[in-house]
Design a protein around this ligand. Structure first.
Ligand code: SF4
Length: 380
């Protein structure tokens, strides 16, 4: 039996200038330059989220922020406030093109490289698919290998820089100086090879068709796992319950230090030795909520067949150690593109259970009543 509800798939990503309608109003996605916010910018975003939205802010898997609950009337004033903070691009095309994720532990040279790439993309006239993105992952070990990106600037095994097309095991040698233009050229090559059709397309899919970029002989450096929340040499990493924080929480963090956005739904508060104890923050690496993947659900998502977050919060204390639970408001499975040990997917009659799979996978048996759930270890 497969999950019964059929989700709607959208072919584009929301931005700040092109918000997406959701169950709790418009969602406005912000791409911080270089994945970094000054204290002034972070405080300003918190104030704007409160004034023009519902005060809830998502941390996305591509290190962006999403301000929720914006309305057609409040969108204009919100953009004006964000533009004054230097967070808004000239137009939708520029915003779409500047899809760059930067390793959260970047040093100054990496920030410079990422800024140069943003400039090179801005001055190019490439029309790239909405989801087409770049990763600047130039630490000694790669941290963004599992983060979706189409073109990657990385270290190789000898400590040099390479440019790698996603899907390729090897990349081309580049320097910090020529990497931005080489990345733009590789994006142009992707288009010239027919990688984008009807505004969609990904580099890895092109590579799977047997089409290879020229000059890809260098092997990338080893990868490292995402670190747990807690102290790191650069400051404090803090996770957010369900990847969402409130405007007052962001405001409190902004008082502590500049913020780097990560693809792990965590924030790095630079230079911080401790953080305020706030209910939507997770600092304990053993907190079971870190092993939950939970989508917006009802009422925030119009496609949701059930509320997901309070349900998941109730389930969290019963999670078996080390196991991952995905709770999804429909079979689209937005919260987890990769399999989880157990998936509970809302249906018109309750929740169906899927083991070791995706929200779109085959369900185990009859739908479960969320108010009469068997003990979780029996389902895993
Ligand atoms: S998975 Fe969740 S957030 Fe995504 S469309 Fe379904 S209900 Fe909405």
């Amino acid at each position: 039996m497969s999950a019964v509800n059929t989700p709607r798939i959208k072919g584009w990503c929301p931005g700040a200038l092109r918000p997406m309608e959701s169950g709790d109003g418009w969602v406005v996605r912000l791409r911080a330059h270089g994945g970094r916010l000054t204290q002034h910018q972070a405080a300003g975003i918190a104030a704007a989220a409160q004034a023009h939205g519902n005060g809830l802010i998502d941390l996305t898997g591509r290190a962006n922020l999403q301000l929720r609950g914006v309305t057609p009337d409040s969108h204009g004033p919100l953009i004006a406030d964000l533009r004054a903070l230097g967070l808004i691009d000239a137009d939708i095309a520029a915003e779409t093109r500047r899809n760059i994720i930067v390793t959260p532990f970047a040093r100054a040279k990496t920030d410079t490289l990422a800024a140069a790439l943003a400039t090179a993309l801005a001055s190019s006239n490439l029309i790239l698919p909405a989801k087409f993105g770049f990763a600047v992952d130039t630490g000694a070990q790669r941290l963004l290998a599992d983060t979706p990106a189409d073109i990657r600037v990385e270290r190789d095994t000898q400590g040099g820089l390479i440019l790698r097309a996603d899907g390729m095991a090897t990349g081309a040698q580049v320097t910090a100086r020529n990497a931005p233009q080489a990345a733009v050229a590789l994006a142009a090559w992707f288009l010239s090879q027919g990688g984008a059709v009807g505004g969609r397309g990904r580099m890895a899919a092109l590579i799977r068709r047997g089409i290879r970029p020229p000059d890809a002989t260098r092997t990338p450096a080893l990868t490292a796992p995402a670190p747990p929340p807690g102290p790191v040499p650069q400051g404090m990493l803090v996770a957010a319950e369900f990847g969402q924080i409130s405007a007052p929480t962001l405001s409190a963090l902004a008082e502590t230090g500049p913020i780097r956005l990560t693809p792990w739904r965590m924030l790095l508060v630079e230079g911080a030795a401790s953080l305020p104890d706030l209910p939507d923050l997770i600092l304990n690496p053993d907190d079971p909520r870190l092993r939950l993947r939970v989508c917006t659900g009802a009422p925030g998502c119009p496609q949701a067949l059930a509320e997901t977050r309070a349900f998941a919060r109730r389930l969290a204390p019963g999670m078996p150690p080390g196991r991952v639970l995905h709770v999804s408001g429909c079979a689209k499975g937005c919260a987890s593109p990769t399999p989880a040990d157990l998936v509970l997917v809302a249906t018109p009659r309750g929740f169906c259970a899927i083991r070791d799979g995706l929200a779109s996978g085959a369900a185990l048996g009859h739908d479960l009543d969320p108010d009469r759930m068997p003990p979780l270890p029996e389902l895993f």
